[in-house]
Design a protein around this ligand. Structure first.
Ligand code: ATP
Ligand code: MG
Length: 213
C-alpha cells in the first residue's frame, strides 16, 4: 500500500503525520518505508535519530519526480506500506505524489490561509483525477472541536468533493517532542496522542481494505 501525504502549503503536518503513521504501522508488524520528497529532509533527519531498538522504518530521500515514480514502485515490492512525505510546491512532483498514492492524505490546520491554499491544490487534484481515481482525504491537524474557528473550517471543507477523515489530531507537545527523538507518539508518554495516532492508522487501514474489496 502506498500512502501519500501531501499539500501545497508548508507546515501543515505532513512530516509529523508521515513519521507517526509509519511508526504505528511498524508496531503493527508491517514492513514500512518512508520516501521523503522535501529538500528539508525532515523524515530523513528523523530516521537518523531513531533508536536501533525501535521497530524499523526505512527512510529514503527522493526529490525528483521521475525518480520518485520509478523507485516507489520498486519499494512497493519490498515493503507492505510506503509512506510518501510530500513537499509543498506546485511542481510536477505533487502530481506524481497524488498519482502514486493508493490513499492520499491532505493535512491542514484550521485556518483561512490553509483553506485558501486548498483551493489551489484542488486544481492539481482535478488534473490527477483525469488520469486516475485518486482517493484523497483531508486530515484536520491541530484541530479542537471546542473552538468555533475549527468547526467553521471543517464546515468550509464540505464545499469540496474530498471527504474529511473521521480522526482529527489535536495540538500536542508530544508531536514536537517525539519527532526530535526519532520516535512516533505511539512510543511516547502522551497516551491521548498515542490513541489518536492509532485511530488514524486504523482508519487508513479500513479505507485501504474497503478499496480492495
Ligand atoms: N498536531 C500537532 N501538534 C503540535 N505541533 C504540531 C502538530 N502537527 C504539526 N506540528 C508542528 O508543526 C510544525 C510543522 O509540522 P511538519 O514539519 O510536520 O509540517 P510539514 O507539512 O511537513 O512542513 P513542510 O511543508 O515545511 O515540510 C512542526 O514544528 C511540528 O512539530
Ligand atoms: Mg515536511
Amino acid at each position: 500500500m502506498i500512502i501519500s501525504v501531501t499539500s501545497l502549503k508548508g507546515g501543515v503536518g505532513k512530516s509529523t503525520v508521515s513519521t507517526n503513521i509509519a511508526v504505528c504501522f511498524a508496531h503493527m508488524g508491517y514492513k514500512v518505508a518512508i520516501v521523503d520528497t522535501d529538500t528539508n529532509m525532515s523524515s530523513v533527519h528523523w530516521s537518523g535519530l531513531r533508536g536501533d531498538e525501535r521497530p524499523s522504518v526505512a527512510v529514503f530521500g527522493i526529490t525528483d519526480s521521475a525518480a520518485l515514480r520509478k523507485n516507489v514502485k520498486r519499494l512497493e515490492e519490498d515493503y507492505d506500506v510506503v509512506v510518501i512525505d510530500g513537499k509543498p510546491t506546485i511542481s510536477k512532483l505533487v502530481s506524481t505524489i497524488l498519482l502514486l498514492g493508493d490513499i492520499v492524505i491532505i493535512p491542514l490546520k484550521p485556518s483561512g490561509l490553509d483553506i485558501w491554499a486548498t483551493e489551489q491544490f484542488l486544481e492539481k487534484y482535478e488534473q490527477a483525477k483525469t488520469l486516475k481515481d485518486v482517493k484523497a482525504y483531508f486530515l484536520l491537524n491541530e484541530y479542537d472541536e471546542n473552538l468555533t474557528l475549527c468547526r467553521e473550517s471543517k464546515d468550509a471543507l464540505k464545499d469540496f468533493e474530498i471527504p474529511v477523515l473521521k480522526t482529527t489530531l489535536k495540538t500536542r507537545v508530544a508531536y514536537k517532542e517525539a519527532i526530535v527523538l526519532g520516535d512516533g507518539v505511539f512510543e511516547y508518554t502522551d497516551y491521548k496522542a498515542k490513541k489518536e495516532m492509532r485511530n488514524l492508522t486504523k482508519e487508513l487501514l479500513d479505507l485501504s481494505q474497503a478499496e480492495t474489496q
